[in-house]
Ligand binder design. Structure first.
Ligand SMILES: [Zn+2]
Length: 412
């Protein structure tokens, strides 16, 4: 196995320093407050956790009500912390903190100057220090194993699979000898590594074919490039933030490469276990994906459900009409996902059913068909139209990004 990882540029945002200062307040007499993080246990709701932190139910209910517009505390998840901050002298609750997700923190403060509490909630971006890192690897068995064996964050494998979900079927098409190079963000809270941020540029070689992706943010990347005039044109006519290939076409296409997504397949899998079998000669034409019972299957594109439920040899199946040209069929489900019925609108990547073995089937697998004007086609070889390109007004800014990262990828 061939690999290297080195840190390229440390972008010190100095945001970590303020985070450390805040956390050390418990030891400072000049700032008399006490912080008590409480882990939310399975089955606990906000009121219960608050009660355990010494907060009366009436106060907890008031907090719940007064912060609902910003965040609904009945949505808190088990495994995370609620941090209670008390005034050291009076013992009264001053503030509550909760990490909504990796990007946002909820802060609820008692804003009252009288004896009647008034709770004001704010959703604030979490401050991270960002380091630009690079990595490369060659796949022996699976992308996941290659990433983990290099002590890289396993979430990087998911991020790569998501980035190329329209180009490469990561659940089944990854081969021994495939390789990747990636330049990405590593996010730190203070000095502690937290999670991978954006992938900035990648090259992925799958079965000898090269795929590249570059992150482009039209607002950020335009700065510094000489844009003549800001002619925004009609709505929806702007370049979207996201990933583009070397020709400036969006990586996002009308159809995902496959209905089984890497993120839903167990983490330690080997590519050989998911080898899809193309059934061209039987009446039952399509692609059979061997997959574990219960694995979620997703709609490959936006569309409308035109069949859902039992359908003869297909067992429990779903048919999605995407547009005048394309329809997809998914068969042998053990059950349908919630809300999947005739007439339902589905989005690309939405779970529509769970792998099973209903109908004419000898073991759990997903049967998948793509139809063009009503006839079966092979989705492996069908040329799906390219995604939305970079708009003309952003071409020069994109070229700057492309030149920089192509050079940096070559050096890895
Ligand atoms: Zn089949």
């Amino acid at each position: 196995m061939n690999f290297s990882i080195k840190t390229l540029i440390a972008v010190g945002l100095v945001l970590g320093a303020s985070f450390l200062a805040k956390n050390s307040s418990i030891f400072l007499f000049s700032n008399p407050e006490v912080r008590v993080p409480k882990e939310i246990l399975a089955g606990q709701n906000f009121i219960l956790v608050a009660n355990q932190a010494g907060i009366a139910t009436t106060t907890a209910n008031k907090i719940l009500e007064e912060t609902k517009k910003i965040y609904d505390l009945s949505q808190i998840s088990a495994g995370k912390d609620l941090t209670f901050i008390y005034d050291k002298n009076s013992g009264n609750l001053k503030e509550l903190r909760y990490e909504i997700d990796k990007e946002n923190e909820l802060r609820i403060k008692n804003n009252s100057t009288t004896t009647i509490d008034h709770w004001v909630a704010e959703k604030l971006p979490i401050e991270y220090k960002v380091i630009i890192a690079e990595a490369k690897g060659t796949i022996e068995n699976s992308l996941y194993e290659t990433i983990v064996s290099q002590n890289l964050d396993q979430r990087l494998a998911l991020a790569l699979a998501e980035m190329f979900a329209w180009q490469i079927d990561f659940a089944t098409q990854i081969q021994k000898g495939d390789s990747f190079k990636v330049i990405y963000e590593k996010k730190y809270r203070g000095d502690t590594y937290d999670h991978p941020g954006k992938i900035l540029a990648t090259e992925f070689i799958n079965s000898g074919e090269r795929f590249q992706g570059f992150y482009f943010n039209p607002v950020r990347d335009r700065e510094g490039s000489q844009r003549a005039s800001v002619s925004n044109g009609v709505k929806g006519d702007k370049t979207k933030e996201g990933y583009y290939d070397e020709a400036g076409n969006s990586l996002q296409k009308v159809f995902l490469k496959a209905p089984l997504q890497y993120k839903y397949v167990s983490s330690g899998f080997s590519y050989s276990r998911f080898n899809p079998i193309l059934q061209v000669y039987t009446k039952h034409r399509g692609i059979d994906y061997a997959a574990a019972f219960g694995t979620p299957a997703v709609a490959v594109g936006d569309g409308t459900v035109v069949q859902a439920g039992w359908n003869g040899e297909y067992g429990i199946s779903v048919k999605v009409r995407h547009n005048e040209t394309y329809t997809t069929v998914y068969g042998h489900f053990s059950s349908l996902a919630k809300g999947i019925r005739v007439g339902a609108k589905v989005r690309q990547g939405q779970i529509i059913g769970y792998v099973g073995s209903t109908g004419l089937s000898t073991g759990p697998h997903l049967h998948y068909e793509m139809h063009k004007f009503g006839s079966f086609i092979n989705p492996f070889t069908e040329k799906i139209p390219a995604g939305e390109p970079i708009k003309d007004e952003d071409r020069s800014a994109f070229q700057v990004v492309l030149d920089k990262y192509t050079k940096n990828l070559d050096k890895i």
